[in-house]
Design a protein. Structure first.
Ligand code: NAP
Length: 214
């Protein structure tokens, strides 16, 4: 438990070569059904799910919890990092299956019928400030689901407790395919983010790795 922020868990699925999607950011299925079921369970244990607007634009995810194929009663808050208000009207994340909070920058004037907005930062969403705001709303546990730029930002700010990576048994390739951690990367070896391997488990279609942030 942290006094000023929720617990933060990252979850993502990547290919053996570290890619999250096809070149041109096109979504592809990396997780097995087994892994999808695990992700739904993980979502159901969280109070909020965070994604970057790049994921909204590429995948249009609903970010809801389904258990045994049915929409679960507890639906975590859906949170989008969207400095410039690029979430399109009609995006699944704006539907009424769960509530949605869009974190925008100071200069953004966009409003959405299906979501509350919160101003957090200027050039990019200030992750520390956003997490503090979520904590004030009694959000205790958040799941960061991607994409690569968003995961990098969370890792870089060191505001992460656990990271689950499902490695699907496949190679996607392509220098332009998004990876687990995009953004600027570590300019020197001092800034590399060390991880502590907590568990590894073979699953249908791949391997699940669970890391703790050191
Ligand atoms: N395999 C998986 O598990 C998985 C999961 C999710 C997504 N994906 C894939 O990931 C790809 C999308 O990833 P992406 O890296 O392009 O986009 P992303 O991480 O989803 O979103 C990045 C965007 O979020 C906004 N943002 C605002 N504040 C930010 C901050 N502090 N840090 C980072 N981003 C911030 C920025 O846009 P503004 O400057 O306009 O605000 C930024 O360009 C898609 O191809 C999708 O299919 C895969």
């Amino acid at each position: 438990m942290h006094a000023n922020r929720p617990n933060v868990i990252i979850n993502c699925a990547m290919s053996v070569d570290g890619k999250l999607a096809l070149p041109m950011r096109k979504q592809t299925r990396i997780s097995s059904q087994d892994d999808m079921d695990r992700v739904y369970k993980l979502r159901s244990m969280c109070d909020a799910i965070i994604v970057g607007v790049g994921t909204i634009l590429a995948d249009d995810p609903g970010l809801v919890v389904k258990l045994d194929g049915k929409l679960s009663e507890h639906q975590p808050l859906r949170v989008v990092l969207d400095t410039n208000g690029r979430t399109p009207e009609g995006a699944e994340v704006l539907d009424d299956r769960a509530t949605t909070l869009i974190a925008v920058g100071e200069d953004c004037t966009t409003k959405w019928a299906g979501a509350e907005t919160i101003v957090c930062g200027k050039e990019k969403i200030d992750i520390k400030q956003l997490l503090e705001e979520l904590k004030k709303r009694d959000i205790q546990k958040v799941l960061v689901e991607g994409g690569g730029e968003t995961i990098w930002s969370f890792l870089h700010t060191k505001l992460v407790d656990d990271m689950y990576v499902f490695i699907g048994s496949m190679v996607i390739g392509g220098k332009d395919s998004p990876t687990l951690a995009d953004g600027e990367g570590s300019p020197t070896s001092n800034e590399i983010i060390p991880l502590d391997l907590e568990e590894m488990r073979q699953m249908e279609g791949g391997i699940l790795l669970h890391y703790r942030l050191m």
